[in-house]
Design a protein around this ligand. Structure first.
Ligand code: PMT
Length: 408
């Protein structure tokens, strides 16, 4: 189940040119299972019509504080009471000024004041307005009062200048809403996650690698930071953007660089998850010059890479250590063997023979096996969902190990 499933989200739309982007936000939130209720100010209706939001959300749009017709259905207090989160997108200087100073003179400002749920502002305005003393003082005041903010971002503004004032991207607003609504059950934990492939050089332009995209490890990092963990993400080469949130990103190339980074960082961590697909071998010698093709066949002599998880397994103390197993046959038996030999608390066995699971896919079909022998086969799920289930199990193990959540 997605975090937004059945959540009641109120979107307050105020009068800025970016109001049209809120339509896309409604669609994205609904796709993720949320129930969306839109409240518009009078000025917002100059930029986009209530009909657009009513059609997209499937719910009546609230615009008028004193409408008997609207109020008989759902008033500002009732709406405020049912919301899991209120997001003001875009948020003008005017709405932030009103909330900061306790002015409630329309449906939206009254509803925000009556709400006890989380409130997120996504400001968007001209750069000079954003940087003005009045707006900055209001933002500071609202932050101190525990209102949340996303953006604005730097970029081309509608007023034809470049500067800070652009509405945060819809995907980032969705991510922030999901983060705010996630229970912070990993607060106080520092967690080390490895991701991606390694590149083992042959010569200046060639290397040995595998098909890992980094998605599984990055999904774990994103979900762990959402749950309140402090994340160190050590990754081999990937094309993925580093997820937002409390993540320290360390980029490595080879297995031995990954080992070095892991050994430097693991001591400060209470949980280590090894989702990386580390190359088991590297070429014995790396040519300084690009190798020339020969008439005859050629061969490469390979040497074993360090077994990073095996080494950490013997040093882990009471840290939680989770491994992955990528298998094309004898999934459970091979995974069990690795679990035992590497002193793991949990192993996530991927069936990488399927085209929708394992390397470079959006989804994963895994079996989770714990150190007591419990085998939990999961249906095919997105890598975000798999990550969340693994982290739920991590939280359970941390609790069993004595509830220690902080650094060992
Ligand atoms: O990155 P994606 O495209 O999203 O794909 C995800 C994934 C399939 C790469 C991932 O889910 C996965 O299965 N990762 C582990 C792949 C792997 O290398 O499996 P393994 O069975 O060879 O290794 C077992 C464990 O030992 C792994 O936790 C691995 O990180 C670790 N290992 C392996 C070799 C080595 N030299 N050192 C290690 O620490």
């Amino acid at each position: 189940m997605e975090i937004l499933t059945d959540k009641e989200i109120i979107l307050g739309v105020t009068g800025g040119i970016a109001a049209y982007k809120t339509a896309e936000l409604v669609r994205e939130l609904i796709k993720k299972g949320a129930r969306v209720h839109v409240v518009m100010t009078r000025n917002a209706q100059e930029f986009i019509t209530p009909l657009t939001f009513q059609t997209l959300s499937g719910n009546p749009v609230q615009t008028d504080l004193f409408s008997l017709h609207q109020d008989s259905k759902i008033g500002h207090v009732a709406l405020a009471g049912m919301a899991h989160l209120v997001a003001i997108v875009p948020a003008t200087a005017n709405i932030m000024g009103k909330v900061a100073h306790g002015i409630a003179d329309d449906f939206l400002s009254t509803m925000i004041m009556a709400s006890r749920s989380l409130v997120l502002f996504a400001p968007s305005m001209n750069v000079n307005m954003w940087e003005s003393v009045a707006v900055q003082q209001n933002v500071e005041k609202l932050k101190k009062a525990c209102y949340h903010f996303i953006g604005p971002e730097e970029g081309d503004l509608a007023c034809e200048v470049i500067g800070k004032g652009r509405l945060a991207a819809v995907v980032d607003i969705v991510e922030r809403i999901e983060g705010l609504l996630t229970e912070k059950d990993m607060n106080g934990n520092r967690i080390l996650i490895t991701a991606g492939p390694t590149h083992e050089p042959i010569d200046p332009v060639r290397f040995i690698t595998n098909r890992s995209s980094g998605r599984m490890g990055f999904a774990l990092a994103k979900m762990a930071t959402r749950r309140g963990a402090d994340v160190i993400l050590i990754s081999g080469p990937t094309h993925l953007p580093v997820p937002g949130g409390n993540i320290r990103f360390i980029s490595v190339g080879t297995a031995s660089e990954m080992r070095e980074a892991v050994l430097e960082q693991y001591k400060e961590c209470s949980v280590i998850i090894k989702a990386a697909a580390v190359s088991d071998y590297h070429p014995k010698s790396v040519s300084k010059q690009k190798l020339k093709k020969l008439d005859a066949s050629a061969s490469l002599e390979l040497e074993r890479n360090p077994d990073i998880i095996g080494e950490i397994g013997s040093l882990k103390g009471d840290r939680v250590l989770i491994g992955f197993a990528a298998e094309t046959r004898d999934l459970i038996a091979n995974a069990r063997k690795k679990l035992k030999e590497k002193h793991l608390d949990l192993i996530v066995a991927n069936d990488v023979s399927r085209s929708d699971s394992g390397f470079a896919t959006e989804t994963n079909k895994v079996v989770i096996i714990d150190s007591r022998g419990k085998v939990d086969p999961l249906p095919l799920k997105s890598k975000d969902e798999v990550a969340n289930i693994i982290l739920e199990r991590v939280v359970e193990i941390l609790t069993i190990k004595g509830g220690r959540r902080g650094k060992p």
